[in-house]
Design a protein around this ligand. Sequence first.
Ligand code: B12
Ligand code: SF4
Ligand code: SF4
Length: 307
Amino acid sequence: MNKHEITQKLKQKASELGFELSGATPAAHSPDYPFFLDWLQKGYKGGMNYLDRRKAERGNPQSLLPGAKSIFCVALSYNPNPEHYPLLEKHPISCYAWGKDYHEVLGAKLKTLSDYLSMELAPVSNAKWYVDTGPVLERSYAAAAGLGWLGKNTLLLNKKLGSFLFLGEILTDAELVPDEPVENLCKTCTACLDACPVGALEEAGVLNANKCISYLTLEHRSDFVGNPDLHGYLAGCDLCQTVCPYNEKAPAGREEPFRPRPEILELTGEKASRFNESDFKNFTKNSALERIKYPMWKRNTNKGTAI
Ligand code: B12
Ligand code: SF4
Ligand code: SF4
């Protein structure tokens, strides 16, 4: 099979698996890598030391898969249903964690896709897939592969589907036909910069994690320094996405497992603050929230919620 056929069949399979977007880009150093290094140097990573530890790999896909020629990027929408959209305004859990853990959902699909590539389409090739946790500049490669552009809130944003998208990718030593990046359509809009209540978006496309509610609730492991306002959030933050005009127009995601679990629909601030460790474990089981530790949850609930 030639590279055109392989790429076309891979895209078709990605679509059959439910991925709304897919595209390919060469497995080269990302031109955005210097921004990443600069970002680390400014201390904007907060306490996420894992970003520092594997920084050399993040800039070089060859170190992850020697001989890699292409990166096949995919996106899966978790944009809420219209009936659940009003929850975005007050729910203390960000909608990325309303349903099943996206690492599991995308991971299962990517494994199937990766096996299809390396066993059927290009049988002598090697492939490695990642969702979120690998040392890959996922947004930069997804943008290079034409899945969307990097919005001023730093999120990968697609004209039709918005930014409530999870990303994943397959590194492969098979050659794929690359896609072209798309135009950045943020233009003069500054809705996300204006909406961030804590000034975490220092400038367009630059997020300072030390101030970001998403970082503070999900990633900051110890007691808070000072008295940050979490604006009613207990886990994650959606404020710079809910205001984005492209999300307003985007269709709901089709993935059933991302719909809110009953425990999410029934959650109140009072319930959340009364969870003992075992309630908390049940509540977070199989969701992306499993990464939060109970002391972090208690710390966050002490700040209060809007419901
Ligand atoms: C660390 C991390 C975080 C940190 C830091 C976020 C950040 N903006 O950097 C925190 C904990 C705050 C976070 C929060 C969230 N995250 Co997060 N996170 C990551 C992770 C693991 C690494 C991102 C990273 O490297 N950041 C460092 C910065 C410098 O890199 P970058 O944002 O990718 O920026 C690139 C470009 O923008 C460009 N660039 C940077 N600055 C500039 C400046 C200029 C002028 C230019 C031209 C270019 C440029 O170069 C950079 C390097 O490639 C990725 C997974 C991955 N492996 O990539 C998920 C990821 C970015 N997160 C994701 C999600 C869903 C979220 C949340 C929505 C979760 C939530 N609801 O709370 C929020 C969104 C907050 C936000 N506005 O970004 C998704 C984003 C999907 C999408 N549509 O973009 C990812 C891709 C995970 C996934 N596989 O789906 N996250
Ligand atoms: S996730 Fe929330 S706190 Fe972080 S940049 Fe966006 S609006 Fe600001
Ligand atoms: S709110 Fe406006 S500036 Fe921010 S990402 Fe969306 S279109 Fe771009």
